[in-house]
Design a protein around this ligand. Sequence first.
Ligand code: UTP
Length: 309
Amino acid sequence: MFLDLGSGNTRKPMHKVKKAIIPAAGLGTRFLPATKTVPKEMLTIVDAPIIFYVVEEAIRAGIEDIVLIQGRGKTAIEDFFDTSYELEDKLQKDGKIHLFERLVKIREMANIISVRQKQPLGLGHAVLCGEKVVGRDPFAVLLGDEIMVSRAGEPTTTEILASHFNSTQSSTVAVMQVSDQEVSKYGIADVIPLKESLFKVKGFIEKPKPHQTTSRWALPGRYVFTSEIFSLLKSSTPGVLGEIQLTDSMNELAKKADFFAATFSSERHDAGDKFGYLKANIEIGLRHPELQVELKNYLIQIAKKLEQQ
Ligand code: UTP
């Protein structure tokens, strides 16, 4: 925390975003049967699980403590970020130093704190499960099944949000434009443009029908909040399926305090969805130095072959 000498002589405490909540306790029904025994956040994208890319994005944004919200049967996620003595020892003995170093880097990449969500009562409830660890600090939320692939030299989506929060001290979320047909799949932000990539948010609506809103700015799963969101989540009433919706509390917060939305340049993939998962694998594969040439040639070849059939 540092102090900003604001107008007059009032000293306003300025907070930086150093904590993140990663909800990863959902049932993953869109990915059954794979997710019957494997948490969807542990499904592999090229050679690392989905959750690795999400944690990596958080770290690049200056996050130091990660609160991982886990459900039943999800301990594999925690284990992935822990030490595997036997494996590390064997890799060292076999001289596979590159792989050994990669594993060490993963276990040292973040301070992971696991919190159990005892029932999957919705995203809002999952975020609320992190309250005890986050306390009164501002925090980021990164959905554990959404992958953002940023181009070299460009800020990650969470970096954009955290940096905007650090200068305004206001909740800021990522938004992306969607088509009329897609509106009902997302939380939608009602916004006023401020500059090219920044909006002031008037309100949010969860999965509206296209005629219920004129906005086409959807929430892709990256947020930075002030801790005020917790009290709103606590007093929110569960919806039809008994789920506590994050969007409802965000809507209330936007009515009470300044709330911003920012666009981003990363490619976003919903890896909890079959097609999004395949796209993420293809994109990350095409960016992988060992795979890119072979994969690109294969994709061109298979597409041509299928066209001729
Ligand atoms: P999703 O709605 O995509 O996850 O939530 P889900 O419920 O697992 O998906 P399907 O529809 O059944 O396939 C987005 C993120 O929020 C987490 C999920 O793990 C996912 O990373 N989540 C969702 C929780 O942690 N708890 C919940 O109660 C719901």
